[in-house]
Ligand binder design. Structure first.
Ligand code: 5CA
Length: 162
């Protein structure tokens, strides 16, 4: 089957273009099953849930600035600890804010290629893996990345989330 027979969804094409601009060339895979959650993505990718990149948007409680946290699928963010690194208290925005900020719906938010540039932080645990899987624009599209390349290309600051 050629790419013409099976084009990527437009959101995934946008992610692929941004990846190319960044000097990355991940293969984007469209999974038959949902990759909306970290657990679903790990099952579809046949990888450890820790290798799944959750792209989580927070909002600065004081400034209103959106922040992107790239978090291992095995971890939950301790917002107080993250706030110390980021420099202000964090609030969890609703789905509409996340969509308006990134241009993507929850479950498909990629780690780069958003509508506006986002200050980005990366969970140190992701850096332990040789490769990780991130959403690529839709809740069925994923891409495999080297976490160090992901960090370098997004300028993400290392953060310990727990
Ligand atoms: N595709 C997978 C892994 S590659 C993925 O995108 N996972 S995720 O964790 O980054 O995206 C789901 C996350 O969105 C949840 O962990 C949760 O933090 C957040 N979320 C889910 N529902 C809402 C909501 N209604 N409002 C704000 N955030 C939400």
């Amino acid at each position: 089957m050629t790419d013409l027979d099976n084009p990527l969804p437009s959101n995934a094409q946008r992610v692929a273009e941004t990846a190319r601009e960044l000097g990355l060339s991940p293969e984007i895979v469209t999974m038959a099953n949902s990759t909306r959650t970290a657990e679903e993505a790990a099952a579809a990718c046949r990888c450890d849930v820790g290798q799944i990149v959750k792209s989580l948007v927070f909002r600065g409680a004081t400034s209103g600035t959106p922040y992107l946290l790239l978090v291992s699928g095995k971890n939950r963010v301790n917002e107080r600890e993250a706030a110390k690194v980021i420099g202000e208290a964090l609030a969890r925005p609703d789905a509409a804010y996340v969509r308006a900020t990134t241009g993507y719906a929850i479950g498909g938010i990629p780690p780069f290629g958003h509508d506006i540039a986002l200050r980005t932080f990366i969970d140190a645990d992701l850096l332990d893996y040789a490769d990780v899987w991130a959403a690529a624009g839709t809740p069925h599209c994923v891409m495999r990345l080297n976490p160090r390349d992901l960090q370098a290309k997004t300028g993400a600051v290392t953060i310990y989330v727990y």
